[in-house]
Ligand binder design. Sequence first.
Ligand SMILES: *[C@@H]1O[C@H](CO)[C@@H](O)[C@H](O)[C@H]1NC(C)=O
Ligand SMILES: *[C@@H]1O[C@H](CO)[C@@H](O)[C@H](O)[C@H]1NC(C)=O
Ligand SMILES: *[C@@H]1O[C@H](CO)[C@@H](O)[C@H](O)[C@H]1NC(C)=O
Ligand SMILES: [Zn+2]
Length: 376
Amino acid sequence: MAMMRSDLGIMKILHLKKRGCFLLKLLCLVVLVLIFCEFLVYYVVIFQCHWPEVKIEAHRSSKQSSASVLKAMFLSDTHLLGEIKGHWLDKLRREWQMERAFQTALSLLEPDIVFILGDVFDEGKWSSSQAWADDVRRFQKMFRHPVRTELMVVVGNHDIGFHYEMTTYKLKRFAKVFNFTSGKLITRKGVNFVMVNSVALDGDGCAVCSRAEAKLMKLSHKLNCSQQQEQNHSNKRCSGVEQLPASEPILLQHYPLYRRSDAECTGEDSALPEEKNIPFKEKYDVLSREASQKLLWWFHPRLILSGHTHSACEVLHNGKIPEISVPSFSWRNRNNPSFIMHLVAWGKETQISLLFGLHSLVHRQQHQVPSQSMAA
Ligand SMILES: *[C@@H]1O[C@H](CO)[C@@H](O)[C@H](O)[C@H]1NC(C)=O
Ligand SMILES: *[C@@H]1O[C@H](CO)[C@@H](O)[C@H](O)[C@H]1NC(C)=O
Ligand SMILES: *[C@@H]1O[C@H](CO)[C@@H](O)[C@H](O)[C@H]1NC(C)=O
Ligand SMILES: [Zn+2]
């Protein structure tokens, strides 16, 4: 009897061991899958993205090599969830995804500069100062970056509210974090970027609006003077104005320029078929016709990049000025969040937009932006 009992005991232990082993293997598998899906997959996908090759034939002799090419990355509508409408789990999930995607892109692609085209936060338009501080802290953690990479942020309607709910207080607290209020011109490697506060372009003369318009006029004047000085036209009104590279600027803004709808947008990252034909409302979905025309007159941009619609689109204004709407970077807003990689060089530009998502694991699209003569 005693022997039998010990035999039984041994069998029981063996059985338990087997089961434990199985559970251990299962656990390992789960952990490996988690590590892959939550960490490695970002490397696998983004590793397949490459900066487009730019041929700078005309300048090859004059030492215009890779040093004069700016690697710029554009993303938009990150919509970090706030405390009022955001569920903590949703928040955790989306922020982890964006953090991993951004950090992986930084380490693999090493851009010189990253622009976020507005709607960084979801609830900046109504958050309390405490909630705002918390959102900002999380943003700074997610989008931390080495000193060699610059991060520039344009204001969006969710950051300070639509025109009617926008206040100086909200704009000021945004400016304190991102050093951006009415407009800004930055020049990197011979490329002029004009960052526009498109929320303030309602044209009704509100205090914030008039400041924004005045600022844009000033920037336009500065750019005009640079182009005239390049051609040796002396102009009294230009004396004392800082000389910039005489190239047409790239406009960066949250609202797209006026377009009727997304009906003519194509590509996997464009709006869903059932949404494409919904007409856009001026000053709400897109800028008003008047404000759009003003921007084109003032700046004659070589390219416009905008956000807000959460979907991608490429349109041509006046038959020659391309605009690209950058889709949302948050997986919450679309199933294939993406960003745009753009090489800007003197006289020529190419760019690739990339998508990454589990459904369309890798999808690449190459566009050729018509190159425009930059030197006047
Ligand atoms: C803020 O932006 C302005 C240009 O508009 C620049 O001159 C200034 O140095 C920036 N300040 C900081 C703290 O980065
Ligand atoms: C700059 O030049 C353009 C084109 O000539 C013009 O439309 C615009 O009004 C000028 N800007 C200013 C501030 O005068
Ligand atoms: C402008 O003047 C400078 C020197 O004064 C000269 O080197 C340059 O070639 C001139 N440019 C044009 C377009 O005339
Ligand atoms: Zn928006």
